[in-house]
Design a binder for this molecule. Sequence first.
Ligand SMILES: [Zn+2]
Ligand SMILES: [Zn+2]
Ligand SMILES: [Zn+2]
Length: 282
Amino acid sequence: MKFQHLGTAAAERIPGIFCKCDLCKYARKVGGKEIRTQSQALVDDAVLLDFPGDTYFHFIKEDFDLPSITQLFITHWHSDHFYGEDLAYRMDSYADDNPTHMDVYGSETVKGFYERAFFLEEHYDYSKLTYHALHPGDAVTVTAGNGKEYTVHAFEARHGHHFGDCLFYGLTDGRSSLLYAHDTAYFYDSTWKDMEEAGLKYDYVSLDCTHGLTAMNSDVHMNFADNLRVRDRMVGKGLADSDTIFVSNHFSHHGDASYEQMQAAAVKEGFISSYDGMVTEI
Ligand SMILES: [Zn+2]
Ligand SMILES: [Zn+2]
Ligand SMILES: [Zn+2]
């Protein structure tokens, strides 16, 4: 399985739009891996995880076949994960000569934002895409445009005051499995239980690291210390082992870490820090 991080930042990106902090100034000066766009990922060039406002930029920069993507999984409705207005341009009147049908999966709340995008266009052409509502604990098996089957498990994310409608995903093609845990704080006990019941052992785990190397503790996102706690508990429960690739991802400029600093800290603990465009064969 090929896995690619198209973008690796939290909402405001790095450098942050409108921000003048030292890390953002440094990122603008250095460029390269210090530049992080909104989080999005791609499995086997066929299954897309999240649809942020930066999707169009990712499409141009990485040159993946976005018009042919038929399976899209949304974690939640924050604009760095779901920008419905651009998804509405999949309608016939905007996209020509594209016979493919896209299935979009996400929570009931995301469905409201999805329908709002069509309302804003004053146009309700759902002939080229269908929304499927998922709930924590659900699993769905899909066939992607590459002909491969994937089973995707939805788990409840711990993301502030929202309950039951922020999801993260475990995905398997029957040979390799990955966990894409964004955006979430350290998982609820009920989520750990759902993960055990799903029965997957993960080869690749991407964890929310919005708070980076700070000591910040929140019920919205994780810092690197939380990532280590998740890793230890996953290994303890047999959800991962010493061969599992653990990746910290979804960074904020408030995380007190450049890419170089984050990667140095990550390597010491057997982790990897993501960067935009990073590809791993799992
Ligand atoms: Zn986010
Ligand atoms: Zn900044
Ligand atoms: Zn969020």
